[in-house]
Design a protein around this ligand. Structure first.
Ligand code: PLP
Length: 220
């Protein structure tokens, strides 16, 4: 695991891309081993599992929630979550804001965009994205900060399909930045790419990749 990790993390570092090590289903001990080699960003897709790991692992780990988030679970992660990649509705954004306020902090969020041709994936389409941003410009959401966009490409061997989906997401990112966040340095993250397609993601402008099986081996 360490050789692969070093190779990937050096490569990403050279390209200024953040590595989120996706540790879902893996035991705390495995996370700790990677943490001890210097990895600080870890991603999980389930709140319950994330919370259990948070409680027993070092407190300077930067935890990323990458999976679908239900409103009633926001309260469990609000005091310490580092970045939520999967915001896909105004209602969820408002709940995150409310819980962040209770914890007296500002929670960084990414808006998840639906780019794949797969029913099982979540996210906003282009129209919903702009509607959400239009609706929220005047609202009092002082305890969240929108730091960028996230998307998952279709799970396919066809590189052109993946590349076109990523390219489309990058174009939405650029439009969103110039229209809604022209002077906001914090709007800078494009979370795009996993084990099978992170190189394509990087070629198309990703700033953050979420890699699991390539680092930890296949999940059951
Ligand atoms: C599981 C997961 C990943 C990582 O997938 P790998 O193929 O193991 O790299 C990335 N993003 C999300 C949202 C995931 O749920």
């Amino acid at each position: 695991m360490n050789d692969t990790y070093q190779t990937i993390s050096n490569y990403l570092y050279q390209h200024n891309v953040t590595l989120v090590a996706v540790s879902k289903t893996k035991p705390a001990q495995t996370i700790l081993e990677l943490y001890n080699t210097g990895q600080k960003d870890f991603g999980e897709n389930r709140v319950q599992e994330l919370k259990e790991k948070y409680e027993i692992l070092p407190k300077d780990i930067r935890w990323h929630l990458i999976g679908h988030l239900q409103k009633n679970k926001v309260k469990y992660i609000a005091p310490w979550i580092y970045l939520i990649h999967s915001v896909d509705s105004t209602e969820l954004l408002m709940e995150i804001n409310k819980q962040a306020e209770k914890s007296n902090r500002i929670i960084p969020c990414l808006l998840q965009i639906y780019i794949a041709k797969e029913e099982t994936k979540f996210g906003l389409d282009e129209t919903e994205l702009f509607k959400l941003l239009d609706d929220n410009t005047n609202e009092n959401l002082g305890n969240i900060r929108i730091d960028g966009l996230m998307g998952m490409a279709t799970n396919t061997e066809n590189e052109e399909t993946v590349r076109n989906e990523f390219r489309y997401l990058k174009s939405l990112f650029d439009i969103t930045k110039s229209k809604y966040f022209p002077n906001a340095d914090h709007f800078k993250h494009l979370s795009m790419g996993m084990s099978s397609d992170y190189k394509i993601g990087m070629e198309e402008g990703s700033t953050m990749v979420r890699i699991g099986s390539l680092l930890f081996g296949e999940r059951n």
